[in-house]
Design a protein around this ligand. Sequence first.
Ligand code: NAD
Length: 686
Amino acid sequence: MAELNAVADLAVEGNVAVLTLNSPPVNALSAPVRDAIMAGLAAAAADAAVQALVLICAGRTFIAGADITEFGRPPQGASLHEVMLAIEGLGKPVVAAIHGTALGGGLETALACHWRVAVPSAKLGLPEVKLGLLPGAGGTQRLPRLVGVPQALEMVTSGAMIGAQQAAAAGLLDELAPEDDLRAFALLFARRVLDEARPLRRVRDLPVTAEPGVFDAFRKANARKFRGFDAPEFNIRCIEAAATKNFDEGLAIEHALFMELMNGTQSKAQRHLFFAERAAQKIPGLPPGTQPRPIRKVGVIGAGTMGGGISMNFLSAGFPVTIVETNEAALHRGTGVMRTNYENTAKKGRITQEAVERNMGLLTPSLSLEDLADCDLVIEAVFENMAIKKEIFAKLDGIVKPGAILASNTSYLNVDEIAASTQRPQDVCGMHFFSPANVMRLLEVVRGAKTAPDVLETVLGLARKIGKVAVVAGVCHGFIGNRMLELRQREANKLILEGAMPWDVDRVITAFGMPMGPFQMADLAGLDIGWSAETSKGESLRDQLCERDRRGQKTRCGFYDYDEQRTPTPSDLVRDLVLAQSAAKGVTRRVISDEEILERCTYTMINEGALILEEGMAYRASDIDMVWLTGYGFPAYRGGPMFYADTVGLPHIVATLRKFQAMNEADFAPAPLLERLAAEGVGFNG
Ligand code: NAD
C-alpha cells in the first residue's frame, strides 16, 4: 500500500489497483481529494501490471459531494471536470465501489467511472438543486444515459436520494455488493470485467432518448413546486440538452448554465441558508463542554391546536408524552385530532399503520398536572394569557422533579415574568413552535435572563431529534418572527385604509414568493383570535368582520369568501367595508403601487430585524433569515429577509424608509444599525 498524499492510498493487488480515499468526515471533493484521484489514475496508467482500478472510500461514506467551502473561492488544483474526464479517459476499467452516500460531485465521480457497484444500504443522489445549482461536472449529461430521461429529471430537480436497490433497478448501479464485503466484491467485479474482456463502458457513449413532449409535461406537472426557483428549470434544460445534443455540446451547456446559477443571487441565497442553519446552532456564552440534561419523558399542558402538534413531534421521535387538559371533552377532542392526523399521514403512505399505533401508544392523556411529576421536560401550551401561564408555572414548580426543564410555547409573552413565578427560573425557557407544530420546522428557543446554559444545550439537541431547526431568541414581545410579522401586518392594515384592497396586498406578497399574504394568513389563523363579541366595539375591520360571523376559513368567509375547496375569492362586502372604513376615518383613498406595497411590508420588517439585532434579541442576521425560512415560508431563493435586504442594498432601504417618513415619521424611522451599515457600505451578512 502506497500513500499518494495525505488523503489517499493506492494498493496494487495482482492486476487491480485499489485507490482508497480517506478524507474525513465525508470524503468531500476538496483540492487534495481531487489531486489524489489524479495521482491514482496516473499511477494506474503508468503501471503496466495494473489492468483495472477500483475507487473506494474509507470511513463512513463514499464521496458525499463537492467541498462547498470552496465555492466562490479561486480554484485550486485539478478541477472536478478534469478529474471526470481523466477517470473516463483512463484506458483501463475503473470501478466505483460505493457505500454510505454518493452525493453530488460524489455521484458524478461514480458516473465517470466505467462500472459502479454498491452495498445495499448505500444512497445516491444529486442534491445540487437544493443549493440553487445543478450538477456541473457532467452529472446532468451522464445520468440520463444510465437511468433514462424521466428518472434523471426527477433526481436532478428534487435533489432527493435513492436507495441502492432502486439505483440498481434503474441502471445506475451495475451490481449490489454484500453489505460487509464491498472492497473484496469490487476487486472480484473488476477481475470479472477483465476476464470477460468487456469493452470499456464509457457512460458518455451511451445513447439517450426522450419521448416527445416529456420536458414540457414535466415542467407543467411541477410548476407549483418550482415556482420562483431558477435551478429546477436550469436542471431540466441540461437533461434536455443531454437528450438532444451530443455529449460535448451538452457538457458545454451544463457548464454555462452552472456558471449562471453559481453567480446568480438565488444560489447565493440558498447557500447562505445552508450555512445559516448550521450557524444557528452556535450559541454565544455556552461554556465549552456543556452537557445536555437527559430527556426521557415529556409533558405537554393543553391539547389544543399547538399542544397536540407539539406532542406529535415527540411521539413520532419515540418519546413517551403525558398530555394534560382541564376537562375530559377538551382532552378527548385534542387526542382525537392527533390520531386523525396520524391516520391521514398513514393513508398517504408516509407512515405505517403500526407507526400510528406505536406513536399513540406512547401518549398518556391526563386531567391532572400531578401526572407530570416525573417528566424531564414540560411544555406549556395553554391560552395566551399571562395570569393563567403564571399560575400553571407556579403549580408545576411544586410538582415536577428538580432539574426538569419547564418551557412555554407562548407567542408573545415575557418569558422572564413566567420564569419568576417559579423558584427555578434557571430551568425555564420558551419553546415557541409554529403552526402546524408537527409540520413547521422552526423552533424559536427563548433564552430568558436566567435560563441555564445546559437547558439551552438540551433544547437544541432535542430540536434536532424531533427534526426541528432551533433558533435562539431573546425575551421581547413576539421574539424574532412574530415581532417582525406584526410590522408587516400593521403596514398591510394601513395600506388597505389608504387605498389598496386586501387582495392587492396578498397578491404582491405572494408574487414575492411568500406562501400567503397577510390577509390570507389572518383568514387561515381565524380572525377571532383574541376577539370577543362582548368587548367588540365594531370599529375595526376585524370587529366588523367577526360581528358578521366572518371569522376566516373556518366559517368559509373572512377577508375572502371561500368555496368547498377553500379557494378564496375577493368579497364585495369586504370591499364595501374597506371603503366605508376609509371614509369613516376621513382618509382620501389613492392608487397604491405594487412597489409601495412590497416596500412598506418588507422594509419595515427588515428595519425591525435590524432593531432585533441591535438589541441582541437575535445573535446574527442569518438567524433571522432561518426563522423566516422555516417558520413563515419565506422563499429560499431570496435567502430570508436580512439576506434579501443585502441584495437590495441597505442604502436603498434607508432612502426608501426616509421617503415614507413623510407619511408617518415614527413608523418608518430607520434603525440606527441599518443606517450605520448602509453608511459603511456593508450588509447585515457582512
Ligand atoms: P388553543 O386554544 O387551541 O389550545 C389551548 C388549550 O389549552 C385548550 O384546549 C384549553 O382547554 C387548554 N387549557 C387552558 N388552560 C389550561 C390549563 N390550566 N391546564 C391545561 N390545559 C389548559 O390554543 P393554541 O392555539 O394551541 O395556543 C396555545 C399557546 O400556543 C398560546 O400561548 C399561543 O400563543 C401559542 N401559540 C399558538 C400558535 C398558533 O398558531 N395557534 C402558534 C405558536 C404559539
